[in-house]
Design a protein around this ligand. Structure first.
Ligand SMILES: Cc1cc2nc3c(=O)[nH]c(=O)nc-3n(C[C@H](O)[C@H](O)[C@H](O)COP(=O)(O)OP(=O)(O)OC[C@H]3O[C@@H](n4cnc5c(N)ncnc54)[C@H](O)[C@@H]3O)c2cc1C
Length: 410
């Protein structure tokens, strides 16, 4: 079959490989080129051990405190608030205890597929060197967070996820560059990180082309509902195919709307500063609990980033936010390079209010399959999503129940 994939981010690129495995003819379209969106500059953490959605009963109690600080870890640009309201309403609903528990089941099921899917894909593509398996740390400075972290570890243990609670001594043995301020950490020995998001997405993209996928730089503005769907472009061109995969990240909403699915997709904008060539300061990704940022030792250099800002897809970045993350980092990590030597970046996480992506068929055309909205975990979940999409297109039962991810769940 001829399958068109809209979007050459990590999800679209991984999906190209899963479809090539099945012998499909694959056409990848992207309005910019491969790895234009967050797949270019994310933190590179394969965080399959995270199974708790952001919308939770606990976060609802913290939101007012976060929002009071315009440069805090969570911010809404005031002018964007009216457009965000439908997403926020869904977020509040997703934070109710029963909905939260349902989302955990969905997230844990998808995360459970993630690492094996990555190992399989990288092995098959000859790109194993892009994955580093040194675990991940969630470090906290406030001893009062120990109970909270232990509670999360208990939930993770229910799903077979290994977490070791470690004290300050062990933490500094693992990561000597961390300051004396830490009270402890949750160590996830099975977490992993990648070489560099841009390098890996590009390598996978090129490997897909080498396997016969075809790339076209084009913006898709609509999809027809016929038996053989047609992609429609901005200047009126059309491409008739057998199946379509929508993997356009944070830009997927209008394409889904045209297929009859009003998905509350929005973007959580994230910021980072990277220091090219700075390697060896730390060995594994570290999340700074309660401080709203992570630090990853990519092969290309050290990256410090995080924050969640709601402001849509058009507003320019506000790198005062990046500077603030960096300034916090200097109080927690010794030996950081000067801010001015770093490169700044902002990216659009494609986010659904319940922290689950949309993976499933479109309402108006079962030959159109969605694969978008992976929020904070798109790098982690991309290869697993690709396998699920391939199963849907082949008409095979998917490896996990896809009801959690349906576009019609809202
Ligand atoms: C600061 C930050 C840190 C992050 N850290 C991590 C992390 O450590 N681990 C993790 O798992 N995830 C992380 N993420 C999330 C992850 O980066 C995203 O979930 C993931 O990159 C989404 O990939 P995607 O392929 O769905 O979308 P994208 O990367 O956005 O790709 C979509 C592509 O579609 C194209 N496109 C859009 N509309 C059209 C159209 N109409 N026609 C044609 N082409 C179109 C775009 O040009 C783009 O190239 C982070 C994100 C941010 C912002």
């Amino acid at each position: 079959m001829k399958v068109a994939i809209i979007g050459a981010g990590i999800v679209g690129t991984a999906t190209a490989h899963a479809l090539l495995d099945e012998g499909h003819e694959v056409l990848i379209l992207d309005k910019e080129g491969p790895a234009f969106g967050p797949s270019r500059g994310n933190a590179g953490w394969v965080a399959h051990t995270d199974i708790l959605p952001i919308a939770s009963p606990k976060i609802m109690r913290q939101v007012p405190k976060f929002l009071a600080d315009p440069l805090g870890p969570l911010a809404i640009r005031p002018a964007y608030l009216p457009r965000l309201l439908p997403w926020l309403v869904r977020f509040v609903l997703a934070a109710r205890p029963a909905a939260y528990e349902r989302s955990i089941q969905g997230l844990a099921a998808l995360q459970g597929l993630a690492l094996p899917a990555w190992l399989k894909r990288l092995e098959a593509a000859g790109l194993k060197q892009h994955l580093h398996r040194k675990g991940g740390l969630y470090a906290f400075t406030d001893a009062a967070m120990l109970g909270h972290a232990a509670g999360i570890a208990k939930r993770q243990a229910e799903f077979g996820i290994k977490v070791e609670m470690i004290g300050p001594e062990d933490l500094r043995q693992l990561e000597p560059a961390l300051s004396e301020r830490f009270a402890g950490a949750a160590f996830h020995p099975d977490a992993a990180h990648i070489s560099d998001p841009l390098a890996l997405t590009t390598a996978l993209f090129e490997a897909a082309l080498a396997r016969g996928a075809v790339f076209e730089k084009a913006e898709v503005t609509g999809i027809s509902t016929g038996e053989r769907p047609a992609l429609v472009g901005r200047d009126g061109w059309q491409r008739l195919v057998d199946r379509v995969v929508v993997a356009a990240g944070a830009w997927s909403k209008p394409l889904a709307a045209a297929m009859g699915d009003a998905v509350p997709l929005d973007t959580e904008r994230g910021y980072n500063v990277s220091f090219p060539g700075v390697t060896g300061l730390t060995s594994r990704p570290v999340g700074f609990e309660g401080h709203g940022f992570v630090m990853t030792p990519l092969d290309s250099g050290l990256r410090i980033g995080g924050a969640v800002e709601f402001g849509g897809l058009e507003a320019p970045p506000n790198h005062a936010r990046t500077k603030l993350l960096y300034d916090k980092a200097t109080t927690l990590v010794n030996g950081l390079p000067p801010y001015d030597s770093g490169t700044l970046w902002m990216g659009f996480r494609p986010s659904l209010p319940d922290s689950l992506p949309v993976i499933g068929k479109a309402s108006r055309n079962p030959h159109v399959v969605y694969a978008f909205g992976h929020g904070h975990y798109g790098m982690t979940q991309s290869t697993a999503t690709a396998d699920l999409v391939a199963a849907l297109i082949a008409g095979r039962p998917p490896a996990i129940e896809l009801g959690h991810f349906s576009a019609q769940r809202f």
